[in-house]
Design a protein around this ligand. Structure first.
Ligand code: NAP
Length: 292
């Protein structure tokens, strides 16, 4: 078994991006600028946004963090999005999800200018992805594909089972892996909570992706010998041995599955860092697409 090291792979990407920034500086060109909008004080969201801002600093991108109280009215948030759409200094921006109940996430997503939608959640970008047209790919699926590519994992003709059909992970990943490209050309099964015989399906998978948000759901008896296992899950579970009182757990029972598979992503240090790397790639691309 080999670890598919998302942290190491993402470090390489960050170094490449940092070199691109240095080159731009040398030529007197604009430095990419990412803005992040964070609503409320959810621990997970604060950690993710913090990691994104830190990645910008490390690479040399500019970043702006915009924070709102949990009770912010939807109109205020929409007005900010319109302002960010118009702001020429900002190349791309994200609104960290989930949002509080009183805010319509789809309305917010649709208000973002697709050319600045570096999370790749806008319907225009999702449509472009389906048609293989230029646009922004959603960060987590794009990160997984990049991880497979940079670690020379063969995907052509492989059976791939993805557990979880969310709009941000499972569904777009199913499309990317089914594409006629490399990585791609998989035969994809997209499983969800109504799927029957999930264990049998998983046992047929050469590539198994767990993206359902249920800690240690995938056990060794669900995994084919030699499979490639990608664990997207990141659930906070209590851990009294840690000063912060919690740790992240993936959707795969790592120790027992690791013994059976050929490659596996750890949690943390697998898909998470690749998601951030993809966002950074999209931010540079947002600026380049505008010819800056
Ligand atoms: P989500 O929107 O909650 O969707 C979960 C999906 O899993 C749904 O499609 C659901 O089916 C399916 N599901 C739930 N229980 C199931 C079961 N027992 N058997 C089969 N399918 C089941 O999840 P998400 O936003 O995609 O996130 C999934 C996990 O990935 C979470 O732990 C999240 O924190 C993590 N995540 C990590 C990153 C990263 O960068 N590492 C990025 C995004 C998300 P139905 O559609 O039928 O309800």
């Amino acid at each position: 078994m080999k670890i598919l090291d998302g942290r190491a792979t993402s470090e390489k990407i960050r170094k490449e991006l940092s070199e691109a920034v240095q080159e731009r500086k040398k030529n007197g060109k604009k430095i990419p600028h990412l803005a992040a909008v964070l609503v409320g004080n959810d621990g997970g969201s604060m950690t993710y946004v913090g990691a994104k801002v830190k990645a910008c600093d490390q690479i040399g991108f500019e970043s702006t963090l915009i924070r709102y109280d949990e009770s912010v009215p939807e109109e205020i948030l929409l007005a900010k999005i319109h302002a960010l759409n118009e702001d020429k200094s900002i190349d791309g921006f994200i609104v960290q999800l989930p949002l509080p109940q009183h805010i319509d996430e789809m309305k917010i997503t649709q208000a973002i200018d697709p050319k600045k939608d570096v999370d790749g959640f806008h319907p225009v970008n999702l449509g472009n992805m389906i048609l293989n047209l230029p646009g922004f790919l959603p960060a987590t699926p794009a990160g997984i594909v990049e991880l497979l590519k940079r670690n020379n994992i063969e995907t052509e003709g492989k059976n791939c089972v993805i557990i979880g059909r969310s709009n941000i992970v499972g569904t777009p990943l199913s499309l990317l892996l089914a594409r006629n490209s490399n990585p791609g050309n998989c035969t994809v099964t997209l499983a969800h909570s109504k799927t029957k015989n999930l264990k049998e399906l998983c046992l047929s998978a050469d590539i198994l992706v767990a993206a359902l948000g249920k800690p240690e759901f995938v056990t060794a008896d669900m995994v084919k010998e030699g499979a490639v296992v990608i664990d997207v899950g990141t659930t906070r579970v209590e851990d009294a041995t840690r000063a912060r009182g919690w740790r992240l757990k993936g959707d795969v029972k790592f120790d027992e599955v690791a013994e059976k598979c050929s490659y596996i992503t750890p949690v943390p240090g697998g898909v998470g860092p690749m998601t951030i790397a993809s966002l950074m790639i999209n931010t540079l691309k947002a600026m380049e697409l505008k010819g800056k």
